[in-house]
Design a protein around this ligand. Structure first.
Ligand SMILES: C[S@@+](CC[C@H](N)C(=O)[O-])C[C@H]1O[C@@H](n2cnc3c(N)ncnc32)[C@H](O)[C@@H]1O
Length: 606
C-alpha cells in the first residue's frame, strides 16, 4: 500500500474486517509521511499521533503496523526489541471473538436491561474494545432501530482502554470517534497511561474486563517492581514472588476492578497457572471468583514464542462446585470439563488436556514420597562452583576424583557417563571428573553430601528419568534433584518415579512451570508431594524389576524390565488394566527412542 492509496482506502473500505499483515514498505511510507509532517526539528511522536487519530483511523490495515511504527519512532534500530519490551503482540480476531462469546454474552444474559462498562487495561489498538462495541452496537441497532452512528455515540463511552503506547491509543480514539460520526466524546474512555497509575486500573470499577496484557517480564525486572509488589501485597496480604509475570499482576488488579457479578477474561502466560510466585494470585481469585472457562493453545498463537492460556472468571463464589469448561486451539474446540483445582494446588489441570495430557485415573495411595524420603535440588552456586575443577579421566578414577553427571547422560534407569558425551559449563566432556581438592570448602561439603545413596532425577524432561545410585558413585550437576531415603526404600522410590503414571501425574500437576509445556519441571518439594502406592507387594516387585533394568546388559533388557517395573507400580496403585494401558500408551508416545520399545504386556493383570 502506497501512502497515496490511503485516502482512497479510507473512502472505499472504512469498515473492512481484515487485519492485514504489515510489510516493511508500508511502514517506510508511513514513516516518510510522519517525518514530513514533523519537519526536521519537530516531535515525530506528536506528528504520528495526530496523523493516526485524525487521518488514518478508518484504515484497518494501518492498525497492524502500529507496534512496529511505535518501536521505530522510539527505538530506531532497536525496533523489534522495543516491541518485545512493551509486549505489543495483538490478539487474533478468532481468539477475541471466542473470549467475547464466553464473557460478554453471559453477562448480557444475566443483565438484559443494562449496558456494561468494558475495560481492556492494556488495550493496544482496541481489538477487544472494538469487537465488543460492534456486538453491543449491533444489538442496540436491532432492538431500537437507531442508526449505528447514534449507537456508537451511546456505547463508545462505555468502552474503557488504557495503554502506554500513544500511537495505539491515538488510532483507537480516532476509530471510535469515526464510528460515532465524528463525536470525540465517544472515545473519552481511551487513555494513554500506565495501567498501574493510581487513577487507572487501581481505581477502575467495571462490569467486564477483557484483554491480553503484556507478558514475559518477571516482576523483578521491572523499573517499578517494588511499587507493584506493594500494590499487590496490599491485596494479597504478602508480596508476590520476584518471578511472578507482569501479566499476572494485570490479572490480579483487573479482577479487583470488577463490580459484583462482573466477568473477566484475560490472556495469560501458562506460568500463571502453576508457578509458586503467582500462588497468592490464584488463591485471591479462588476466594472471590468462580472460574468459568479456560482455553489454551498447543502452539504459540502470537508472534512471540510463548504458550498462552485464557482464564475466564466471574465475581462471586457459589456454594456448589460447578465444573470449569476447557477449550483448546483456534478455532476453539471443547474438551472435557474439569472440577475446580483443590485449594493450594496448581491450576495446570485447567489446560493440561489442551496439551494432550489426559486426566490421571483414580489411584490407591499410601501417603507421598515425603513419608519415605528427602529431596534436594541444587542451584547456580553449585553449578558454577564446579568451574575449574573438571578434568577428563580417560582411565581408572584417581583417588580424590569423582565422576560428575548431567541430565544429558541420564535416561530412565541408566547412567551413560563415560559412554555418551555430555556438555557441562559450556564444554563437551566424555569422562568428566571433579578434583575434589580443587573445590572450595563449601563445595567440598556439598559434594560429600551428594556422594551418598540416592535417586537422581533430572528435571525439564519429557518423562521422569530417575537413575538409582545406591553406592553414591556419581556427583549430580544442576538441574538434577537428589532423592535420599533409607537403603531399603530407594529402589521403590526409583520405580515409582519411573512409572508412566508418575510422569503423567507430574506433568498434569505442574504443566506451565517449565520452559516448554511438554517438559516436566519439578522442584524438590514437588517430587516429595508425589504419591506412593498402597499395594506394597506389587511395589516390591517393581523395585526388583527397576534394579534389573538398571543393571541390564543390553538396552532391550533395560526396556523390558522397565516395562515390568511400570506395570507393577500401576498394579500397586490399583489401576485397572484399561487405565494402565491408557497411561502406558500416553507415556510411550513421548519417551526417547532408546526407551520407546516398551510394547506388549502393560499390566500384571493381563
Ligand atoms: C499483548 S498487547 C495487547 C493489546 C490488545 N489488548 C490486544 O489484545 O490486541 C499488550 C499491550 O500492553 C501495552 N502495555 C505494556 N505495558 C503497559 C502498561 N504498564 N500499562 C498499559 N499498557 C501497557 C503495550 O503497549 C501493548 O499495546
Amino acid at each position: 500500500m502506497r501512502h497515496s492509496d490511503i485516502p482512497q482506502k479510507l473512502a472505499t473500505n472504512p469498515n473492512a474486517q481484515v487485519w492485514w499483515a504489515p510489510v516493511s514498505t508500508e511502514l517506510a511510507t508511513l514513516l516518510d509521511r510522519i517525518n514530513k509532517v514533523a519537519g526536521p526539528t519537530g516531535d515525530r511522536m506528536v506528528a504520528a499521533t495526530s496523523i493516526l487519530q485524525a487521518e488514518l483511523a478508518g484504515i484497518l490495515e494501518i492498525e497492524a503496523l502500529i507496534p512496529e511504527l511505535s518501536s521505530a519512532i522510539r527505538g530506531g534500530e532497536q525496533a523489534v526489541n522495543a516491541r518485545r519490551a512493551a509486549g505489543a503482540f495483538y490478539t487474533p480476531s478468532s481468539l477475541v471473538e471466542f473470549m467475547l462469546t464466553r464473557t460478554l454474552d453471559p453477562w448480557q444474559h444475566d443483565n438484559p436491561s443494562r449496558l456494561p462498562v468494558i475495560l481492556d487495561p492494556s488495550c493496544g489498538t482496541g481489538r477487544f474494545l472494538l469487537a465488543a462495541g460492534e456486538r453491543l452496537v449491533t444489538a442496540h441497532v436491532s432492538s431500537t432501530g437507531v442508526s449505528s452512528t447514534d449507537a456508537w455515540q451511546l456505547i463508545g463511552p462505555h468502552l474503557l482502554g488504557f495503554d502506554s503506547d500513544p500511537l495505539a491509543t491515538a488510532w483507537l480514539r480516532g476509530r471510535i470517534t469515526m464510528l460515532a460520526g465524528g463525536e470525540p466524546t465517544a472515545a473519552a474512555g481511551i487513555r494513554t497511561c500506565n495501567a498501574f497509575d493510581e487513577s487507572a486500573l487501581p481505581s477502575a470499577e467495571v462490569d467486564i474486563v477483557l484483554g491480553n496484557p503484556p507478558f514475559g517480564t518477571p516482576l523483578r525486572k521491572l523499573g517499578d517492581a517494588e511499587l507493584l509488589r506493594k500494590k499487590c501485597a496490599a491485596i494479597t496480604g504478602s508480596p508476590l514472588g520476584p518471578y511472578a509475570d507482569l501479566a499476572a499482576v494485570f490479572l490480579l488488579l483487573a479482577s479487583h476492578a470488577l463490580r459484583d457479578r462482573g466477568r473477566l477474561s484475560l490472556v495469560q502466560p501458562l506460568s500463571v497457572l502453576a508457578s509458586r510466585d503467582t500462588q497468592l494470585i490464584r488463591a485471591d481469585l479462588a476466594s472471590r471468583c468462580t472460574t468459568v472457562f479456560a482455553w489454551a493453545s498447543s502452539v504459540p498463537v502470537f508472534d512471540a514464542d510463548v504458550y498462552t492460556c485464557v482464564l475466564g472468571v466471574h465475581v462471586g463464589v457459589s456454594a456448589s462446585r460447578s465444573t470449569i469448561s476447557r477449550w483448546a486451539d483456534l478455532p476453539a474446540r471443547a474438551l472435557a470439563p474439569t472440577p475446580p483445582p483443590p485449594s493450594g494446588a496448581s491450576w495446570s489441570t485447567l489446560v493440561s488436556a489442551a496439551f494432550d495430557v489426559p486426566d490421571p485415573p483414580a489411584i490407591e495411595t499410601n501417603g507421598t514420597i515425603a513419608d519415605f524420603a528427602d529431596a534436594t535440588a541444587d542451584f547456580r552456586d553449585q553449578f558454577y562452583g564446579l568451574k575449574g575443577t573438571i578434568v577428563e579421566c580417560p582411565g581408572d578414577l584417581p583417588p580424590g576424583h569423582v565422576p560428575v553427571v548431567t541430565s544429558g547422560v541420564l535416561d530412565v534407569a541408566e547412567c551413560a557417563w563415560g559412554v555418551r558425551a555430555m556438555r557441562l559449563l559450556g564444554e563437551k566432556w566424555t569422562r568428566p571428573v571433579i578434583r575434589l581438592g580443587a573445590l572450595s570448602q563449601a563445595m567440598q561439603e556439598w559434594a560429600t553430601n551428594r556422594m551418598t545413596a540416592k535417586v537422581m532425577l533430572p528435571t525439564q524432561t519429557r518423562i521422569l528419568e530417575p537413575v538409582l545410585d545406591e553406592d553414591g558413585r556419581w556427583l549430580p550437576s544442576v538441574p538434577i534433584v537428589s532423592v535420599s531415603a533409607p537403603p531399603q526404600d530407594l529402589a521403590h522410590i526409583a520405580a515409582v518415579l519411573a512409572s508412566p503414571l508418575m510422569s503423567l501425574i507430574a506433568l498434569h500437576r505442574h504443566l506451565g512451570t517449565a520452559r516448554h509445556p511438554q517438559a516436566i519441571k519439578l522442584a524438590a518439594r514437588d517430587v516429595l508431594a508425589l504419591p506412593m502406592p498402597s499395594h506394597t507387594a506389587f511395589l516390591h516387585h517393581a523395585a526388583a524389576e527397576f534394579r534389573l533394568a538398571q543393571n541390564a546388559s543390553t538396552n532391550a533388557k533395560r526396556v523390558h524390565h522397565l516395562q515390568l517395573s511400570g506395570a507393577c507400580v500401576h498394579d500397586a496403585f490399583g489401576l485397572s488394566a484399561a487405565d494402565a494401558d491408557a497411561v502406558f500408551a500416553w507415556w510411550t508416545s513421548r519417551v526417547p527412542t532408546r526407551t520407546a520399545a516398551t510394547q506388549g504386556k502393560r499390566s500384571v493383570h493381563t
